[in-house]
Design a protein around this ligand. Structure first.
Ligand code: ZN
Length: 469
């Protein structure tokens, strides 16, 4: 019998993991970190069911931490089999996992010092869940896979990866699983991108499936049209050029940073705004941009052509990568107009904090919010329009202009999800499971899909054992 057990991202958006078992073999698809608050941290364990069984192979859909972040824990506990992923996913996962190990180590040392100052000791359970050495061992297990090539990965399991259009190297995965005379094609969407995400090819759904696990992050809504967002962005730059102002974009290092560079290149190329200096002020953003340039074979046609003709290099000749802290500080003395792209994306850490401390009080500064801002983050408070914030002990009255641009998501909107599933449903009659979404989003999506295709979606919960008939 084939069973599938979700060990995360069931009724929430982090911790993605599926455990597929047959009488012959066991395969894990993704093993991501839960992210958010303390309660989520506590969920970052290796579940008992995985301890007790031998995993034959792991498949990784993409390099985001909420899909790969628990893999080093498994390796630390003795997993030594293959981890199949695209080569771009391997490079991005390494960057993401090393960064995570580094942050956990740093936090741990800080708390240890604080505890010893108070004469106490730190709880053993507060040790980082993995370290840089575990990441090195994890990366060694990664086996490069090409898109659209079927291969055997375990007894009774073949696998094929399809473009998911969500981040560089991201994939949907189709497993053909054979057990006790039964054969099922089981598709995991992974995270799906919207159509026309810069650099990336559009998602390419498989033709047929018996079972589909689909993400539902934005199952309850569509994004604002990209064109509107681009126009709004251009308008802000025009104002900044006219007033010699400054633009600060808090941005995730991977994906969003490169996306913003793409849009800026386009605005410069088309002459919509004059070329102004851009500072990519994020060591991780710089590393991620380098990884993008190593995988231009994965670019969509438009981006590949712009890259090959040298247009990108020309458009982006005003970009300065400020890797070291000295160069970053020197931006304080530069006169506008210019654009700074810096992490962290939700303003809760990183170099963006220094820029905000220096510039939030200046009416000629513009903070352009281009990504999701979680409740409780500094970015969310800026979006909510508070008058004053505290950054590194300084109280700052906000005089800068705050703009929230809603159309730059790396996730498919509701209509795009429905169409992706519709492609498979038009060639076969799959059973549908909705995951990787909060309950409101997946309930709404389930209702829309039932209306349109007559398919009744099932919404699994954590560690539920799903029997595939
Ligand atoms: Zn993702």
């Amino acid at each position: 019998m084939i069973t599938i057990t979700p060990f995360g991202a069931a009724g929430e958006v982090t911790g993605s993991s599926y455990f597929v078992q047959t009488s012959q073999a066991r395969v894990l698809v993704d093993f991501g970190l839960f992210q958010g608050d303390k309660e989520d941290d506590a969920k970052n364990i290796v579940p008992g069911a995985l301890h007790r069984s031998t995993i034959d192979a792991i498949v990784l859909t993409h390099g985001h931490l909420d899909h790969c972040g628990r893999l080093p824990m498994l390796v630390r506990e003795g997993y030594g089999g293959p981890i199949y992923c695209t080569s771009a996913t391997r490079d991005l996962a390494e960057l993401v996992l090393r960064d995570c190990a580094h942050i956990m180590e740093h936090d741990f040392e800080r708390r240890k010092k604080r505890a010893s100052r108070k004469g106490g000791k730190i709880n053993r359970n507060d040790q980082p869940i993995f370290d840089d050495g575990d990441v090195t061992e994890t990366i060694k297990l990664m086996v490069d896979v090409d898109y659209d090539v079927q291969q055997t990965i375990a007894p009774g399991f073949t696998m094929k990866m399809y473009e998911a259009g969500h981040m560089l190297g991201s994939a949907s995965v189709a497993l053909v699983v054979t057990d006790e005379g039964v054969q099922k094609t089981i598709v995991f969407s992974g995270d799906l991108g919207p159509l026309e995400l810069p650099y990336l090819r559009d998602p390419n759904p498989p033709e047929t499936a018996d079972v589909v696990f689909m993400e539902s992050t934005y199952g309850d809504r569509d994004h604002r049209p990209l064109q509107e967002t681009e126009d709004e962005f251009a308008q802000i730059i025009k104002e900044v050029v006219a007033n010699k102002g400054k633009i600060f974009i808090p941005s995730f290092a991977i994906g969003r940073t490169q996306q913003m560079l793409f849009h800026l290149a386009e605005l410069f190329r088309k002459g919509i705004v004059p070329k102004i200096p851009i500072f990519v002020d994020s060591p991780m953003g710089i590393s991620a941009t380098k990884i993008y340039t190593h995988h231009t074979d994965l670019f969509d046609e438009e981006s590949a052509a712009l890259n090959a003709s040298g247009a990108f290099a020309k458009d982006l000749s005003s970009v300065k990568f400020t890797g070291d802290a000295e160069e970053s500080r020197a931006i304080n003395d530069v006169e506008g107009p210019f654009v700074v792209i810096a992490g962290a994306g939700m303003c809760n850490a990183g170099r963006i904090l220094h820029h905000l401390r220096h510039n939030l009080g200046d009416p000629n500064s513009h903070i352009v919010i281009v990504g999701y801002q979680a409740r409780g983050s500094l970015g969310r408070r800026l979006v909510d329009g508070v008058d004053e914030v505290s950054i590194m002990g300084d109280r700052i009255r906000i005089r800068a202009q705050i703009h929230t641009l809603g159309g730059f998501s790396a996730h498919a909107g509701q209509t795009e999800l429905i169409n992706w599933f519709g492609h498979i449903a038009s060639h076969s009659s799959p059973q549908l499971f909705l995951t990787h979404g909060e309950d409101d989003a997946r309930f709404t999506l389930a209702a829309r899909i039932r209306e349109k295709y007559g398919v009744r979606a099932y919404l699994p919960v954590y560690s539920e054992i799903l029997q595939i008939a």
